[in-house]
Design a binder for this molecule. Structure first.
Ligand code: AMP
Ligand code: ZN
Length: 143
């Protein structure tokens, strides 16, 4: 698969070797490297080599390859760093906190009381609202 690129994109520059990174893994469709602003020690990224910004536009096989690479990195993080847990996080759009519009999955080791704001309390939803949204999505998924 050929990889679209964007010459202004920081991750495309890393893929092209124009900017250095702490490279962990590389295969035909993906690259994994350490995050330079780690939320905890060991924070790494699994990145598509091609410039697809978000989950709705990336080819499914490349997304699957990004997930496979994320799993390999997560296994190494778990066995070598022994965190209390690991979050895999993938943001789409500025509203979701995405700062680099080039698809990537964060591998984030978690530590007790690390203050990483990813976890939330259960709050029962409105059943009618859940059902109305469910029906809308169900129609979209069956067309
Ligand atoms: P997001 O906000 O989900 O788009 O995540 C982008 C991530 O890329 C952030 O965690 C940044 O710390 C990380 N990042 C940005 N530039 C670089 C770089 N040159 N090398 C490694 N990580 C980077
Ligand atoms: Zn890019």
């Amino acid at each position: 698969m050929s990889h679209p690129t964007d010459s202004t994109c920081i991750f495309c520059k890393i893929v092209a070797g124009q900017i250095p990174c702490f490279k962990l893994l590389e295969d035909v469709d993906t690259i994994a490297f350490m995050d330079i602003n780690p939320v905890n020690p060991g924070h790494a990224l699994s990145v598509a080599k091609g410039h697809w910004p978000t989950v709705d536009v990336i080819p499914p096989d490349v997304l699957a390859a990004v997930a496979r690479t994320a799993q390999k990195v997560a296994k190494a993080v778990i066995s070598e760093l022994e965190p209390n847990g690991v979050n895999l996080l993938q943001a789409n759009g500025a509203g979701a906190g995405q700062s680099v519009p080039h698809l990537h999955v964060h591998i984030m080791p978690r530590r007790p009381n690390d203050g990483v704001a990813l976890n939330w309390e259960y709050k029962p939803g409105d059943r009618a609202e859940i059902e109305a949204i469910y029906k809308k999505l169900k129609v979209a998924l069956s067309s």
